[in-house]
Write a protein that binds this ligand. Structure first.
Ligand code: NAD
Length: 269
């Protein structure tokens, strides 16, 4: 993909699942990656090893990687994470807002603390990271690009996961509003909307064949996605091949957002 080589990329929640695949795929394209992890550096060990394997493959491009600890819901951490990225890689060109959590509870039993926690990480965290990255893009005078890892639940309601649905719905507006606000300053903001993807967040069904079959029966393509399929689209949106795209969310979902229950006509003869 054009324009990724030598770029400096910060991936939040980069130590597992989709974030890990994104970090590795950027490194494969010759980009330098700052891998954010939440608590212990060991969490990000696997990502770093995989990135190092790419570093060896693309050594001639001098790919670098750094580990950056931080909680995206804390403003001091966010400022430090972006500062460390710039100090250690030289600049920041791409931010991937990927860190995310979910809490399952009937909405009438959902306590404020659980609702707030999901919003704080998924939405407010993405806003704070975007704000810090945009400040740097403007200071650097280089422009830049942000990719928000949203969800099909940006569009499809998710009962029992109210905080999650609201956070991802908000992410759509984060993407479009920032895209419009900064379009004339060389800053593009886009999103991806993963469908059901095989990652640790879905442990409840990926390790249980019967439950997995149940999940996959709802997907028009009859299979869950994998993290690498999310990574490819993310890199595309950050690349010069997508230079004229801003404010869009690409759903990477095997057809989940196509109203699958209409696959067979049922509302008319
Ligand atoms: P995951 O649990 O493997 O990844 C989430 C990452 O976020 C983890 O590395 C975790 O440590 C990190 N994280 C959590 N709280 C954090 C915080 N406060 N600060 C920094 N990092 C934090 O799951 P995943 O499926 O790879 O999820 C990645 C993103 O993809 C999430 O935003 C999720 O909502 C989205 N998504 C996933 C699916 C899916 O089916 N897996 C579907 C749609 C959207």
């Amino acid at each position: 993909m054009r324009g990724l080589q030598g770029k400096n990329v910060l991936v939040t929640g980069g130590s597992s699942g989709i974030g890990q695949a994104i970090a590795v795929r950027f490194a494969q394209h010759g980009a330098n990656v700052a891998i954010n992890y939440l608590k212990q550096p060991e969490e990000a060990h696997d990502t770093e090893e995989q990135v190092h394997a790419c570093v060896t493959r693309v050594q001639e491009h001098g790919v670098k990687d750094v580990l950056v600890q931080g909680d995206v819901s804390k403003d001091v951490d966010v400022e430090r994470m972006v500062q460390e990225t710039v100090d250690r890689l030289g600049s920041i060109d791409v931010l991937v807002n990927n860190a995310g959590i979910q809490v399952s509870r009937p909405s009438h039993e959902l306590v404020n603390g659980d609702f707030d926690r999901v919003i704080d990480v998924n939405l407010r965290g993405s806003f704070m990271c975007a704000r810090e990255a945009i400040r740097r893009f403007l200071e650097q005078g280089t422009g830049g690009t942000i990719i928000n890892v949203s969800s099909v639940h940006q569009r499809i309601p998710k009962p029992l996961y109210l905080g999650y649905s609201v956070s991802k719905g908000g992410m759509q507006n984060l993407t479009t509003t920032l895209a419009l606000e900064y379009a004339d300053r060389g800053i593009r903001v886009n999103g991806i909307g993963p469908g059901a993807t095989v990652t640790p967040i879905n442990r409840a069904w990926i390790d249980n064949p019967a439950k997995r079959e149940q999940v996959e029966a709802h997907i028009p393509m009859r299979r869950a996605g994998d993290a690498d399929e999310m990574a490819g689209v993310t890199c595309f949106l950050a690349s010069d091949d997508a230079a004229y795209i801003t404010g869009q969310t690409i759903f990477v979902d095997g057809g989940l957002t196509l109203y699958p229950s209409f696959a067979e006509p049922w509302s008319s003869e």
